[in-house]
Design a protein. Structure first.
Length: 162
């Protein structure tokens, strides 16, 4: 005997592991303000500035360790393949148009992520023509270290205010 759709229980409605059946309670304006003060957002521009600093630092370290300036240019170009597309995305995502509604924000995020990926691929494809002589290991070192700044930024968030 089949059950009708009206009689079926939705598994999402059942409490998990004996948890109390609590309904969702939206935050009040005061509660939302207190939460924003307690957990401040991380600026994408700050992350980009740290990426630039890390890229320059790794390039200087490459020159100091090897004595070869051409390695520094490869490292800097690798850092640029992360920073420039990231800056395009940050600019697009912080515009007024991107924050009009949740739907617009989602579509805007996908669009700017696509722009970021295409720009990164284009910069990598142009690398042999732009940087002479090119060291792929040095370029990849700059690229990977600058990408890891995203993870470091999550760890270095400002301390929550009490």
């Amino acid at each position: 005997m089949a059950t009708s759709p009206q009689n079926r229980k939705d598994p999402w409605d059942e409490p998990v592991n004996g948890a109390k059946d609590e309904t969702f309670k939206p935050l009040t304006r005061e509660e939302a303000s207190a939460l924003r003060l307690k957990q401040p957002p991380l600026s994408p521009w700050r992350v980009l500035m740290v990426q630039v600093a890390v890229g320059v630092g790794v390039a200087l370290l490459a020159v100091l360790v090897t004595g070869r300036v051409e390695l520094a240019w490869s490292v800097l170009y690798g850092a640029a393949t992360v920073v420039l597309p990231g800056a395009l995305m940050a600019r697009g995502m912080t515009s007024r148009l991107s924050s009009m509604s949740p739907g617009t924000s989602a579509v805007s995020f996908m669009l700017w992520e696509m722009v970021k990926i295409v720009t990164s691929i284009a910069l990598l494809a142009l690398a042999p023509k732009v940087v002479q002589p090119l060291s792929w290991p040095a370029l990849l070192l700059g690229l990977v270290v600058c990408m890891k700044v995203y993870w470091w930024a999550l760890l270095w968030r400002p301390a929550p205010k009490s």
